[in-house]
Design a protein around this ligand. Structure first.
Ligand SMILES: NC(=O)c1ccc[n+]([C@@H]2O[C@H](COP(=O)([O-])OP(=O)(O)OC[C@H]3O[C@@H](n4cnc5c(N)ncnc54)[C@H](OP(=O)(O)O)[C@@H]3O)[C@@H](O)[C@H]2O)c1
Length: 335
């Protein structure tokens, strides 16, 4: 089978190679992966920034979808021909996260899914929503679920609220789609006017270019009659967390999702304390949350936004494209 393999750290050492199809055991499922999507996390793993001690060679990747081709002894919940999507934190089935669960992340602690065939336990897969293609489903495990869990579970999103979505990467575009499907008002930011127009077409009610308006939190306050957004999911970290905290209302919620601009900052305690605001770091979600998200996608006919699809042979070009930040939504590859 074909697989993407890291033979050393760095994009230059990423190769498409031939490997044996993995062996199937009891309780396991052999999945023919047809599509996989890229996350910023993959770049960190590939560069060695995530774990410089990672044993190599390593198959990266956490997000994929495909078709069950064989099932092991004792498997009764799926059969050959079923369409499935991988879960990222394999052992996290429901409830609160634990260190043990987090040690089961595909492509990080465990071999990843950027391969034509993978063997996973039945509980490490969810059925693919019938209205989605494999390419669309492959965008869900990290970006989709992180937006869903942040809005629905951590922030307790309610219809009529105002949600601030930041940038137009995979996670933020899902946040826009979920917030609109929930009857909310969405303020979207981006460094590109062209991307803002696409966000408007996807349902954004108000737009802010954070390059043209560096104090974008003041514009959020203006757009909300001085009150602030109810919640936001912060993707850039160092350069944006204080602004996110000022952009949300008294008692508002800021989900700490990413750190695209860096990891260290001088935190404005006053805004947090006097503003009675919640800053919540979190990572992705459980299989149970994934199933709930898929139900919502199906009920509302929501389709993930794919910016560009590459063949697996162009994996390096695909990562360079992701790194360039030119995309809106998700970058997907196919075997
Ligand atoms: N905690 C978790 O479980 C979790 C899950 C998913 C993602 N993440 C993290 O969240 C971040 C975003 O993930 P993603 O998959 O959506 O990434 P992505 O698709 O690579 O998104 C990149 C986009 O972020 C926007 N951006 C960059 N700098 C920004 C800034 N200073 N202010 C506002 N927007 C900015 C840009 O949008 P414009 O071009 O429109 O400006 C850029 O295109 C990454 O750090 C990722 O590691 C964490």
């Amino acid at each position: 089978m074909q697989a993407i393999q890291m033979q050393a750290f760095g994009l230059d050492a990423l190769v498409l190679t031939e490997l044996p199809v993995p062996k199937l055991g009891a309780g396991q499922v052999l999945v023919n992966i047809t599509a996989f999507s890229l996350n910023y996390l993959d770049l960190m793993v590939i560069r060695g920034d995530y774990n410089p001690h990672l044993a190599l060679p390593h198959i990266p990747g956490s997000d994929a979808a495909g078709v069950v081709t064989a099932v092991g002894k004792g498997v009764s919940t799926c059969k050959p021909g079923d369409r499935v999507t991988t879960t990222f934190v394999q052992q996290w089935l429901s409830g609160a996260v634990t260190a043990e669960f987090l040690a089961s992340r595909l492509g990080c602690e465990r071999p990843g899914v950027f391969a034509q065939y993978v063997v996973l336990p039945t509980y490490g897969l969810v059925p693919t929503p019938p209205h989605l293609s494999d390419q669309e489903a492959a965008t869900l495990p990290i970006a989709g679920l992180t937006a869903w869990v942040g809005l629905m579970e951590h922030a307790g999103l309610q219809p009529g609220q105002t949600v601030l979505v930041q940038g137009t990467g995979g996670m933020s575009v899902f946040a826009l789609q979920f917030a609109k499907a929930s009857g909310c008002r969405v303020i979207a930011t981006s460094g590109s006017d062209q991307k803002l127009e696409t966000m408007k077409a996807l349902g954004a009610d108000a737009l802010i270019n954070y390059r043209a308006t560096p104090l974008w939190e003041e514009e959020v306050l203006r757009l909300t009659e001085g009150r602030g957004a109810d919640l936001t999911l912060d993707v850039a970290g160092e350069h944006t967390v204080n602004q996110s905290m000022r952009a949300v209302k008294l008692g508002g919620f800021v989900g700490l999702v990413g750190f695209l601009s860096g990891l260290r900052l001088e935190f404005d305690l006053f805004t947090a304390i006097v503003g009675n605001k919640t800053l919540k770091g979190y990572s992705v979600g459980s299989r149970e949350s994934f199933a709930a998200m898929n139900q919502a996608l199906t009920t509302n006919g929501i389709r993930p936004v794919i910016d560009r699809v590459f063949p697996a042979s162009q994996v390096r070009e695909a990562f360079e494209y992701l790194e360039s930040g030119k995309h809106l939504g998700k970058v997907v590859l196919t075997f």
